[in-house]
Design a protein around this ligand. Sequence first.
Ligand code: NAD
Ligand code: UDP
Length: 318
Amino acid sequence: MRILVTGGAGFIGSHLIDRLMAQGDEVICLDNFFTGRKHNILKWLDNPYFELIRHDITEPIKLEVDQIYHLACPASPIHYQYNPVKTIKTNVMGTLYMLGLAKRVKARFLLASTSEVYGDPEVHPQSEEYRGNVNPIGPRSCYDEGKRVAETLAFDYHLQNNVEIRVARIFNTYGPRMLENDGRVVSNFVVQALKGQPLTVYGDGSQTRSFCYVADLVEGLIRLMNGEHTGPINLGNPDEYTILQLAQAVQNRVNPDAEIIFKPLPQDDPKRRQPDITKAKTLLDWQPTIPLAEGLKLTIEDFRDRVTSPEGHHLASV
Ligand code: NAD
Ligand code: UDP
């Protein structure tokens, strides 16, 4: 099969490409390198079944493919808030062009949506039926509302034009290849601990998140794409931790002497988040297999190479 991965040079996209290439598919990676890195896909560049296209999805493009994993969009608050209008364009125009492409070539289209469509949730855990509590004019709305429109577009192309769609609502995912300066909590804490800097907990650290290791998530995406259900389907690890617990877990593993300091909580920061994965379990026979302790170990090893060796640091910045 010929498979297009938008955002394929990014964190999740590059792990997905590793799986698709290993199973013998032909892969086209499309990326504008805003938060993606060539280094993430370096090992495939000479492979004749792999093609890299530098392209911004806010412009149309014509390609012939069988499946589209649509992941292109910055995922970390500091990156998606850097240029909010661009984030909306990426989610709305970018998704529109990719759905147009799927319609033209009759490709199956999977949207990487997000738990952020639930906003600061009033129900817990979040099931797919919950319609969310999103601030339409807050600092997170370019991303949250952008993804909500992207879901709407996917379903409208499905209902109006019979495009085969799959919608994954991805919860916080972590693992090797996250950017050092990503600003997301796992990468921040690990980098801070490795550099001997204080770990920055926002607020009092009582807010919760549920962290899914990237290999588990990629397995869920592939099952969703190749299964019979459009979704939306939550993909995430239901093991819920407070941010303070996460800081302590990283502290214990990397540097028990690392200090924990408290900084102001960003506006509209969701208080609790935990996926209800009943649908993924029953419809996709999927559930995460890698507990936080194990995933953190693998993530810390990857960051240790980059943060502590000058060569690793240089390579990872390409
Ligand atoms: P990432 O920032 O590492 O990857 C996004 C990729 O998209 C990057 O390679 C970036 O360069 C590319 N990109 C951004 N804008 C683009 C544009 N206009 N044109 C072309 N390429 C563009 O993020 P990630 O964590 O790998 O997330 C991938 C997808 O999964 C995103 O759609 C994100 O919203 C979704 N998601 C991620 C998480 C998570 O915890 N990582 C959670 C929920 C949803
Ligand atoms: N957070 C934190 N310290 C950091 C970065 C993030 O305490 O250095 C908090 C953040 O306020 C949020 C949680 O960790 O409550 C998860 O943040 P992240 O940006 O990783 O993901 P999201 O908020 O989008 O789920």
